[in-house]
Design a binder for this molecule. Sequence first.
Ligand SMILES: [Zn+2]
Length: 692
Amino acid sequence: MRPFAFAAYAVLASAFVFFGCGGGASRPPTPRRSEEIRTAARGGVDRRALDPKASPCEDFYQYACGGWIAATEIPGDESSWYRSFSVIQERNEEILRKVLQGLARGEALEATAYGKVLGDYYASCMDEEAIEKNGTAPLASLLAEIDAVEDTPSLTKVLGRVQARVGAGVPFSLFGGQDFGDAARVVGMIWQSGIGMPEKEYYLDPAPKMAEMRAKYEAHVAAMMKLAGDAGPKAEAAAKRVMAVETALARAWMSIEDRREPRKLHHTATRAELPKLAPGIDWSTWLEGASAKDVAIFNVGMPDYMKSVGAMLSGTVTIADWRTYLRWHVLRLSAAQLPNAFVAEAFRWTQALTGAKENPPRWKRCVRAVDEGMGEALGRPFVERTLGEEGKAEVLTMVRAIEAAMHVRLEKLVWMDDATRRAALEKLAKITNKIAYPDEWRSYEGIGIDRGPYVVQAQRASAFEYRRRLGKIGKPVDRGEWQMSPPSVNAYYEAQLNEIVFPAGILQPPFYSTVASRAANYGAIGLVMGHELTHGFDDEGRQFDAEGNLRDWWGKSVVGEFDRRAACVKRQFDDYTVLGDLHVNGHLTLGENIADLGGLKLAFLAMKETERARRSDREPGYSSEQEFFLGYAQAWCCRMRDEELRHLVATNSHAPPHLRVNGPLSNLPEFAEAFSCKAGSRMVRKDRCEVW
Ligand SMILES: [Zn+2]
């Protein structure tokens, strides 16, 4: 769910949505929020959310959501607010809070697996008094190791140590991941990391907005260094050095667009070959520091980046600058677990990025931290409280209906040749469905969390995850594993496991409701299912075969036709602007837009089939087709701060919410027919795109 945690580990998983950003001040939920949660809990078409004055054929998003938008304010601790995702997340977090409060008080410990550890982790996060009293003392030994760096060998060792201690490496990181070429094995992935701003453009783009961000970031680095004890001028000089090192890293950084192209990321190397792909680094020393001496097979995701890092480590950056850089990153990675002055400073930077007005209350930050660190332990009491077996069975029926619709589409698709069609059908048949929660829960044996200093517990949680992933290298792939925790309000397709996954968190109103009409459910959760399924066949997913291997299984002429069709979608989104002159990135968002367009077609087809088979239960006043499209659009009703919108366009592979409604719907004849939209209206594109 969190952009960075998820993106770093799940190299090629395509999530349904990314939203929200971390952030520090206390505030109880407002009554308006609770009221909204009750309304949304019903699911189906929400008439109060409509804007009846808007024309569905000119701006369907406004028609479906205008009433809600006019009546809704973004809570101060959020950068955006969705009628669906945010409301469900709020509800889920209240449930998790009660669970964790009980465990922290020592209640139901025997009945809950890892109950004591969960309670301790939450309690250590909530113990503000101890956090204030401890200050940065719990980091002292790691910071002393950094201070003691005096040459390249000791620097290399400490870089590895930071990876093992904090669970996150800079300026590159290591984690276990499936081999692109052979999905049956797990290799050591070496990945770029270690810049504190979201993407390279933040360092290099001359646009005034980006220059403004750089100034704010540098001030933020200086402020953190001051909090950690540096005198004013020293802290400011340190921030300048950090900027210089990170700008050099950013220059070599692989762009976000290129990172969506698996072939550019696929560079396997044995331990002996590693220095060829990533020269200038004493790998024995680094791997020893990272407790990863035994890893025998690697994939270097970004060899050009690693070459630059090698040169920087071999002397183009001074040892003193590396010490400053490392000290900064340890503070940056730990800020959320340090005293409130650090939390507030970290939030000031979040604020610059997203526009949020205040930090979420501590309890919420603590719930999120436990979910991030021990999501599958926290997920067990969550699913016991939220999802009945009946719901799971109905959801599975819907997934099967969507898959059947894809089968029908593939058989009829005119631009496929027979060989490619057969391979596509095989891939479809082999897709695994995971619904609600894992069959086998993950073990947290040995995580070592207690009620000691919070920053230490957080390090233990992420170091545990680092070791867990490393431990998979050389072993058969665990096909039962989940990459999101059950309470996540999200879903994903994982290309290398060829699977679609729907956590319990999203299987709730307004996405899925037992009292809403089937048509509205198909428009909301059905679209999510169709979207994830289509990811298996988008510009990125289509490069993997039924077994999850990066392999070209497409006929030449079929590829040409796919590319031509994908280019239509790319052009469509390149043409959209937000905030006046900011263009949506058609290349970056291509996979998601193909998935939305294909997913809508599949969900619509499945809905029609189901309608035929069963008695209609639609709401009075709408046809089931209209309900379907309203169910879809209302899942996207959203208000977003300008800063967050800018941040999303620059860093996110998903287009802004209103365009995820009007963009794909204006391509669909089924939509135009449902609302009797005539040629020439804005929701009926002249140059209609269709991929799947
Ligand atoms: Zn997606």
